[in-house]
Design a protein around this ligand. Structure first.
Ligand SMILES: *Cc1c(COP(=O)(O)O)cnc(C)c1O
Length: 401
């Protein structure tokens, strides 16, 4: 598949075909896992031309690799970006992107509910190089706009957030970022390119923890950032020196996982919506958070900026807090109680142990994270089985309290 096909292929078609053709060899229909660390040249002129970038090709595995390149191209085409570069993990994508552009004295404006590691980067590490981070209440667009208007280098968003699935209006914030010449970076991990296109909404860079939905099988770590070539080139350069390279075998697993991205995510969105509705009917459930629910604070924004669904992740608070969660979760049959999300298996985790493990009880309270909050990443099991599983676990919980 090439970029200039006459009718623009859909996201499902791109997930299957995009980015692969240039890397195929021996008439194979699948991208090879090229494990070679270095690439040999007998022609010294050719070697030199490739090394200085005058000719395409590979020199050394920390810089580029054909399997990794296929992965980057597939994500790039899914995000409809000009360029992409990849990383060993999602956090490497985030930190390399931020460190490429900030200099001492700069300011970063973001939200309070970003992913735990991202939050740590802002609160613990950037101050070491004299970069100030201002974190606004998530969903408070006026506060964000006011802080951005004071001037900053990077505006960093994540929407929906984890685990409270709060929403920020990307298009609206893109306008204020542009007005002060700041780069708008959006973590699209939870929404995926199936449900949200941050670049089309005005973001400069979109990034992913490919570990989650892109890979989808919880068997490979990876990260990726997409945007214009003039922004991706310096990030690639920082990464090739910094060394947080995606391994070829992991690139292959992620590529293979991505073939079913659309099928998985559509099913997960559908099921998540229905699980959210089901949870609302449970008297042991205190609150349910899902952007697809009409009563969600920013449902209208989510409906405007997301497409195809509202994502496969939701959260709910059980009455009785962690004590109840400790009875409920081990009782579930079709469930991994684990720290990841976006896998084909339904995965549950208490916010206290996963996204907000570093916070004290008071801090969680201040962030509006109930002690009994459970994050649920809905898998691709049959929906009646997911619901029946929850049903028997709630019945058991009721008999215990
Ligand atoms: C998991 C996650 C990350 C970090 O990704 P790793 O691959 O674990 O480094 C970043 N952002 C979000 C939203 C995530 O869920």
């Amino acid at each position: 598949m090439t970029d200039n096909t006459q009718s623009k292929p859909g996201v499902g078609t791109k997930a299957v075909w995009a980015g692969e053709k240039d890397q195929l060899v021996h008439h194979a229909t699948q991208v090879p896992v090229v494990v070679s660390v270095a690439y040999g040249y007998d022609d010294m002129e050719e070697w030199y031309d490739v090394a200085i970038g005058n000719k395409t090709g590979h020199i050394y595995g920390r810089n580029t690799n054909p399997t990794v390149q296929a992965f980057e191209d597939k994500v790039r085409l899914l995000e409809e970006a000009e360029a992409a570069t990849s990383f060993s993990t999602g956090m490497a994508a985030i930190s390399n992107t931020v460190y490429t552009f900030v200099r001492p004295g700069d300011r970063v404006v973001s939200i309070k509910d970003s992913y735990g590691g991202t939050h740590r980067l802002f609160t613990e590490f950037l101050s070491n190089i004299n970069v100030e981070s201002t974190l606004c209440d998530t969903g408070d667009h006026e506060a964000l706009e006011a802080e951005i208007a004071r001037g900053c280098k990077i505006v960093y968003l994540e929407t929906p957030t984890n685990p409270l699935v709060k929403i920020t209006d990307i298009q609206r914030i893109a306008k204020s970022a542009k007005a002060v010449g700041a780069l708008l970076v959006v973590d699209n991990t939870v929404a995926t390119p199936v449900c949200q296109s941050p670049l089309a909404l005005g973001a400069d860079l979109v990034l992913h923890s490919a570990t989650k939905y892109l890979g989808g099988h919880a068997d490979a770590l990876g990260g990726v950032v997409c945007g214009d070539k003039k922004l991706i080139d310096p990030i690639f350069h920082y990464r090739e020196i910094n060394g947080a390279t995606l391994a070829p075998w992991d690139a292959y697993l992620l590529l293979r996982g991505m073939k079913t991205l659309k099928l998985r995510v559509m099913q997960q969105c559908d099921s998540a919506m229905q699980v959210a509705e089901y949870l609302k009917t449970q008297d042991l459930v205190e609150s349910v958070y899902y952007p697809g629910l009409k009563e969600h604070l920013h449902h209208d924004v989510a409906a405007r900026q997301m497409h195809g669904g509202f994502g496969g992740m939701l959260s709910f608070a059980v009455k009785g807090g962690m004590e109840s969660a400790a009875i409920l979760l081990p009782r579930l049959q079709y469930a991994n109680c684990a720290a990841n999300l976006g896998a084909v298996e339904t995965t549950y985790g208490p916010a206290r142990t996963t996204s907000h493990v570093e916070c004290t009880v008071e801090e969680r309270k201040a962030l509006g994270v109930p002690e009994g909050l459970i994050r649920m990443s809905v898998g691709i099991e049959d929906l009646p089985d997911i619901i029946a599983d929850l049903d028997q676990a709630f019945a058991y919980l009721k008999s215990k309290i």
